[in-house]
Design a protein around this ligand. Structure first.
Ligand SMILES: [Fe+2]
Ligand SMILES: [Fe+2]
Length: 271
């Protein structure tokens, strides 16, 4: 079995441009960097940027995603709920209250190693009704550590402070903690003191000249006038961006050996 594994983590896919970027670049990055498994956050992958459905999970899987993570927008498309219950390759944050559809972690086999991917949601600035993400992950890790020491967290949240705190809270207990949700990549990728790799946000995949992947003209009234005045319309004009990290882990210890940011800007894709 391999003593080292390489992972590619990609942030929120936004609409058709995000899917097109993932379809083009995920296979290339896999080949170029000999990636063993790719994980992608698909919570905005619908054409209108709101949620995702089972067909989109299939499309992302066909381009190499082993697991699709999500966030607050996972509830936008009700026809996903059945897939969330039935499938193992799409997960939702663990700290939604009991009774919500879906699974909050995936256990995958990569080169003979069991690897756990966990989705978690921050509470700071969140409008959703969420349990404590710190206590939730404590109890989930008690179970997951009986299965594997190779564990990655997609921590979906707004506040850099909460994400940073989670990164340090889990240092030495998981292989990596990577933030999603803001659609903006942060430049603080690091290997922490106890070997857990971390980045506050992986960043988004969609139109570069946009606000959260949405058309600027539609978003501006949210800020100039009133929050509800704006319209969320996915920007589909190039150039597009794809963002994430490449990570190497030691399969004996579960610790990270390397983390490197990925950011590709491409103006050759037509959506
Ligand atoms: Fe998002
Ligand atoms: Fe989100």
């Amino acid at each position: 079995m391999a003593s080292m594994l390489r992972f590619l983590f990609i942030g929120d896919i936004i609409g058709a441009p995000g899917i097109a970027m993932f379809q083009k670049w995920a296979p290339r990055l896999k080949e170029l960097h000999r990636v063993d498994a790719t994980i992608v956050n698909g919570e905005n992958a619908m054409k209108n940027g709101m949620g995702l459905n089972a067909k989109i999970v299939d499309i992302l899987r066909a381009s190499g995603a082993a697991v699709v993570t999500t966030g607050n927008h996972v509830w936008d498309q009700k026809d996903l709920y059945l897939a969330l219950n039935e499938r193992d390759d799409v997960i939702r944050p663990a700290n939604y209250p009991p009774g919500m559809p879906g699974k909050s972690y995936a256990l995958i086999n990569i080169q003979g190693h069991t690897v756990a991917i966990v989705n978690l949601h921050g509470r700071v600035y969140s409008k959703d009704n969420l349990d404590c993400p710190f206590r939730t992950i404590d109890s989930l890790l008690t179970f997951l550590r009986t299965k594997t020491s190779l564990i990655f967290i997609d921590f979906h949240g707004d506040a850099t402070s909460e994400k940073r705190a989670m990164g340090m809270y889990l240092d030495g207990r998981v292989s990596g903690v990577y933030g999603t949700h803001t659609h903006i990549q942060t430049a603080d990728e690091m290997i922490q003191q106890q070997g857990t790799s971390y980045v506050t946000d992986l960043g988004g995949c969609g139109a570069l000249h946009s606000v959260l992947g949405m058309q600027f003209d539609g978003m501006l009234p949210n800020f100039l006038q009133h929050r509800k005045m704006g319209k969320f319309v996915v920007e589909e004009r190039p150039p597009f961006v794809l963002s994430g990290v490449l990570v190497e882990i030691d399969t004996q210890t579960g610790k990270s050996l390397k983390i490197e940011r990925v950011r590709i800007v491409d103006d050759e894709i037509q959506v």
